[in-house]
Write a protein that binds this ligand. Structure first.
Ligand SMILES: [Cu+2]
Length: 163
């Protein structure tokens, strides 16, 4: 229930930003006439079925699109499972520059946690069609992540570059 409310609020923010872009000033607080600046939200698609193996500067990636997502510091990221079975998007600890060969996750990955890239995060087990919490790109850097269920056996992993 809490997550559903949170997603609903986030979508409202998205709708408000879109509205401001197409009809500046219609509510007296849109466009370039004041109010807080819009926050960009980047959605990373999660599907082992749809997104095959590809090479990145950090090693072989699979299961997320894009395989390397570049975002601005201060923007938001969320994960959407478009597959027909569960996945996670879980930060790989250790500040590594290459995907480790061995599964880096504990069972904690199955519980949703974290709201910033630098603090570590996990979407928890994302069922088909569901979206994760919003994660703030709070610091510049490279942040590797992967799926608890499919890391070692299927190479399900990808990267976010915040700059
Ligand atoms: Cu998976």
């Amino acid at each position: 229930m809490i997550r559903a409310l949170f997603v609903s609020a986030a979508l409202s923010v998205l709708a408000a930003c879109t509205g401001a872009g197409y009809s500046a000033g219609s509510n007296g607080n849109g466009g370039m006439h004041g109010g807080p600046p819009p926050v960009n939200v980047t959605t990373i698609d999660v599907s082992l079925t749809a997104h095959g193996t590809t090479t990145t500067p950090f090693g072989s990636s699979r299961g997320y699109a894009p395989p390397v997502t570049t975002v601005g510091v201060g923007s938001l990221i969320q994960f959407h499972n478009s597959d027909s079975f569960p996945h996670t998007a879980t930060a790989i600890p250790g500040g590594l520059s290459q995907f480790p060969a061995a599964d880096p996750f504990s069972n904690a990955a199955l519980t949703q946690s974290g709201a910033t890239l630098s603090g570590g995060f996990s979407s928890g087990a994302l069922n088909p069609g569901s979206v994760s919490q919003m994660i703030t790109a709070d610091k510049a850097g490279t942040f590797l992540f992967g799926c608890f269920f499919h890391y070692a056996n299927s190479g399900m992993r990808a990267a976010i570059v915040a700059q």
